[in-house]
Design a protein around this ligand. Structure first.
Ligand code: ZN
Length: 661
């Protein structure tokens, strides 16, 4: 088998290594990118730092790309063909990075806003575009087809936990059959809020989408905000983003950085609002969204696609030159609505309802004072409603959701809904553990039918490309689960070590599976030189998979041996190979009469070799095949050491037949 693999591999290598010579025709004025960049650096007196590899790259028509009056334009012209982009780092230094679809220069934001301003000068000119935008954003998001498949609202509510002036209750809401969005509801529970805020027992509600803050919605700063707003008299609903928290249990963490997350998170917000409006203590006239960073992007998105919202507060997020750096914020092509838009215009469609925009100097919202705030003021001006637009911009601050920013949020909702400022004391808030905020905590505690029908649902609702992404995610989630179970089964009594082992296994399983999936059917048909017969499908797949980088195997084995005892390593290898070593050894002992210690140890050694080789193969068929090769060796050993395998097997078979009768 090894000889066969080597032969075939050599053939594959020979085919793929026939490199094409690089053509540098005179008339294309082609020059190495690195040379051109060095000259540009000299010409403009700047330095470049590289986050990309320029080795071997060639620029065509280099001289015609230079603009002596503009470094920015020159760099754009030179770098665009490679999907690279240059970013000004200050001190005459520019960083060359790979192109990022959601991120543009500040100056592009200014140009965009100028363009938008040229489209409308008053309410009459603005409103047709506003209406078309709201409609198209919703359409491009694809949320309605998903909503059509949502199950009726059947919230699973946890026990109410009583705190100082507020209560917390967990919720799990099934969105589509088998998928649950999980969150927590923060409820006002004090006399002052009741007296000042409630109208016929009804309180305002704030849907709180999340950003990518550490620990997601369990983050202490976020808990402070939800609880304080509840103490002030607003019901807050926080919920997991796709692939985080309890969503991760269902779809795996890799599900997050996908376009599917974009629509799924919007759907979660909408359905939780649908649910909130069925509650007797929620006032349908006072409905808002509030979140920071990615949560701000989603807060603004909800405001743009859902007429039921009456106030919105995005923090350190929406702007004119950045759409949100994660596919969960910008994966679906909503920015192409009406020929091209940006997040600040999407938020503007909410005018003249109350908005609070919170920004700072240390992230992309640094342009608020010069670009976004004046733009929004103009739109609110169309309605004579500039008072409904509140803005806070914090010089010297970085991208976070700190006390000052939370204060801005409290002040905004206090002003919009007359909430009591006396209840803004965050020290009254109890920060809860993750487990307390979860509805299920693990997959086995989820309702029956959880995630069973998602496959069909995705097939009905998403196009081919999205389905592909989704199914890749599904296998990734399955492998994550496998890695977790295997590593937990060692009962290491050391959480950090268990996690490291889990990561090693997960990385290996994913690498092997990806390699396998990427190379299905790629090994050419051929003849097995040993038997002269045509290669079987499984032989060809094994040949393909054997070509995977050695590092997949070595990283796993070296890592496991560093963390675990040899016995524990063996336990993991047995899990990979479903206990085939012991199973086969038991059979040998039944087949071979009075098997000697030496025979036992030789066979076991062969099978252990098989086991370590087999872990790098994805399908059970391949794994069995590899064990088969080593079983041949065991049987050959018996035959060359005074036994007759065929006879022993026949005797064993007959004996068993007799016993059965
Ligand atoms: Zn995200």
């Amino acid at each position: 088998m090894k000889a066969l693999i080597t032969t075939i591999l050599a053939t594959i290598a020979a085919v793929t290594l026939q490199a094409q010579p690089t053509m540098l025709p005179e008339n294309q004025q082609a020059r190495p990118l690195s040379d051109v960049m060095n000259e540009v650096a000299q010409q403009f007196g700047v330095k470049f730092k590289y986050n990309v590899d320029t080795t071997g790259l060639v620029v065509k028509y280099a001289p015609s790309r230079i603009r002596p009056y503009s470094l920015e334009e020159t760099l754009q012209n030179i770098l665009a063909p490679f999907d690279f982009k240059a970013w000004d780092q200050g001190k005459k230094t520019w960083k060359i990075k790979p192109y990022e679809y959601p991120r543009r220069y500040d100056s592009d934001g200014a140009k965009m806003v100028n363009y938008l301003c040229s489209l409308y000068n008053n309410k009459e000119e603005w409103e047709p575009r506003r209406d078309a935008l709201r409609k198209e954003v919703r359409q491009r998001l694809g949320i309605d087809s998903l909503k059509a498949h949502c199950v009726p609202l059947k919230p699973i509510l946890g026990k109410v936990r009583k705190m100082d002036g507020y209560n917390v209750q967990n919720i799990a809401l099934e969105l589509v059959p088998g998928y649950y969005v999980c969150g927590s509801i923060y409820l006002p529970a004090n006399a002052l809020a009741k007296k000042q805020v409630a109208r016929q027992g009804k309180y305002p509600v704030i849907i709180c989408p999340n950003g990518h803050w550490t620990n997601g919605r369990y983050n202490g700063d976020l808990q402070k905000r939800y609880a304080t707003l509840a103490r002030m008299g607003a019901i807050c609903i926080s919920y997991d983003i796709f692939g985080w928290g309890e969503s991760r249990l269902q779809v795996g963490k890799d599900a997050h950085a996908t376009s599917i997350a974009h629509v799924w998170q919007a759907l979660s917000g909408e359905r939780l609002l649908d649910y909130a409006l069925t509650r007797k203590d929620v006032d349908a006239e006072r409905v808002a969204s509030n979140g920071g960073s990615g949560g701000g992007t989603h807060a603004a998105l909800l405001a743009a696609i859902d007429d039921r919202l009456t106030a919105c507060c995005p923090v350190v997020s929406v702007c004119s030159h950045f759409d949100g750096g994660c596919p969960c914020e910008s994966g679906m092509p909503i920015q192409y609505s009406q020929g091209g838009t940006c997040n600040i215009e999407i938020l503007a469609t909410f005018a003249p309802k109350p908005v609070m925009l919170v920004g700072d100097e240390g992230d992309w919202t640094h342009t608020y004072p010069t670009i976004e705030i004046p733009y929004l003021k103009r739109i609110y001006g169309f309605y004579g409603a500039q008072n409904e637009l509140q803005t806070i911009w914090l010089p010297g601050q970085r991208h976070d959701f700190n006390k000052d920013k939370r204060q801005a949020v409290y002040d905004f909702f206090a002003s919009v809904w007359n909430l009591p400022k006396e209840n803004q004391d965050e020290s009254k808030v109890t920060i809860e553990e993750e487990a307390a905020l979860q509805s299920f905590g693990s997959v086995d505690k989820m309702p029956q039918g959880a995630q069973r029908n998602i496959k069909a649902l995705i097939e009905q609702n998403f196009d081919k490309e999205m389905q592909q992404t989704y199914f890749e995610l599904r296998w990734a989630a399955g492998l994550e689960e496998k890695a977790r179970k295997w590593s937990d089964s060692l009962h290491l009594q050391d959480a950090a070590k268990t996690e490291r082992v889990r990561q090693l296994i997960e990385k290996h399983l994913k690498a092997v599976t990806k390699w396998h999936n990427d190379h299905i059917g790629q090994c050419p048909a051929g003849i097995n030189p040993r038997t002269g017969e045509k290669l079987r499908e499984v032989d060809r797949q094994i040949i393909c998979d054997a070509a995977q980088p050695r590092s997949y195997h070595e990283d796993l084995m070296n890592g496991l041996r560093k963390e675990l005892t040899e016995e524990q390593v063996v336990t993991i290898l047995d899990l990979y190979t479903v206990g085939k070593v012991d199973f086969t050894m038991r059979s040998y002992h039944q087949i071979v009469p009075n098997m000697t210690a030496e025979e036992d140890s030789i066979c076991r050694a062969y099978l252990c070799e098989a086991r370590e080789m087999a872990i790098d193969y994805k399908s059970m068929k391949e794994i069995s095949e590899i064990f088969g090769m080593y079983k041949d060796k065991c049987e050959e050993y018996f035959n060359t050491h005074g036994r007759n395998w065929r006879q022993m097997y026949k005797d064993f078979h007959n004996k068993r037949k007799k016993q059965q009768h």
